[in-house]
Design a protein around this ligand. Structure first.
Ligand SMILES: [Zn+2]
Ligand SMILES: [Zn+2]
Length: 225
């Protein structure tokens, strides 16, 4: 006090202030500037922020609207395709139903009918075959008749047409292989010393045989007499 320096007494509030603030006023200015203007400014800033956010959201909304439109077109297209597919499936279902209820039974009936017809035809054929066999037994066919006639011819002498037997008309085998009855062979031989085959015309001279009618006997022909 005597040197004129008055030590400033710090208020309680000043003492409690943080170090970075030199005095109470500074603190008041920096930390608590709750003036009306400041509050207004802050509110305006807030409004600007909200506005810009709003613009962004609107833009986003427009984009989504566009996307939605595209999706709607796609959805409509898919719906139309679905309807076409449904119609097609309906047609197919109707056709399948027709096949099951009309076509298949028709085909089945046809098959059964033709099977029945076939069986009837087979039956007829079988009966005809039996009939033919019976008829053949009763009335031999031409070829059978030919065979029988041939056998009948073999049973006779080609010269005198008499049936061969084991006596005077014994079948002999000439040098050519054909048959002649012993009677004809002896007569021919006695007439001109030759035996002529009636089948092929080959002539056997007397000196070619041991004696008249000495040709071998055809036992095969005798066996069928
Ligand atoms: Zn004869
Ligand atoms: Zn002959």
């Amino acid at each position: 006090m005597s040197n004129g320096v008055v030590s400033k007494r710090r208020s309680t509030r000043e003492r409690q202030l943080p170090h970075r603030f030199h005095n109470e006023n500074e603190f008041e200015i920096k930390m608590v500037p709750k003036t009306k203007d400041f509050q207004e400014k802050e509110l305006l800033l807030e409004i600007e922020k909200i506005k810009s956010g709003n613009v962004k959201l609107m833009k986003k909304n427009d984009g989504m609207k566009k996307e939605n439109g595209k999706l709607k077109i796609k959805r409509d297209c898919n719906r139309r395709n679905g309807e076409i597919l449904d119609q097609f499936l309906g047609g197919m279902r109707r056709k399948l139903k027709d096949m099951n209820t009309v076509c298949f039974p028709k085909i089945q009936r046809k098959i059964e009918d033709s099977k029945e017809n076939h069986e009837m035809e087979l039956d007829k054929l079988e009966k005809f075959k039996e009939y033919k066999e019976e008829q053949e037994l009763l009335n031999p066919t031409k070829t059978d008749m030919d065979k029988r006639n041939l056998i009948e011819d073999l049973k006779r002498c080609p010269n005198c047409k008499k049936y061969f037997n084991s006596h005077i008309n014994t079948p002999l085998i000439l040098g050519c292989g054909h048959n002649l009855c012993r009677k004809c062979a002896l007569r021919d031989f006695n007439v001109d010393g030759e035996t002529e085959c009636q089948e092929c015309g080959v002539v056997e001279k007397s000196d070619e045989v041991e004696y008249a009618g000495s040709h071998p006997i055809c036992w095969a022909v005798l066996s069928i007499m």
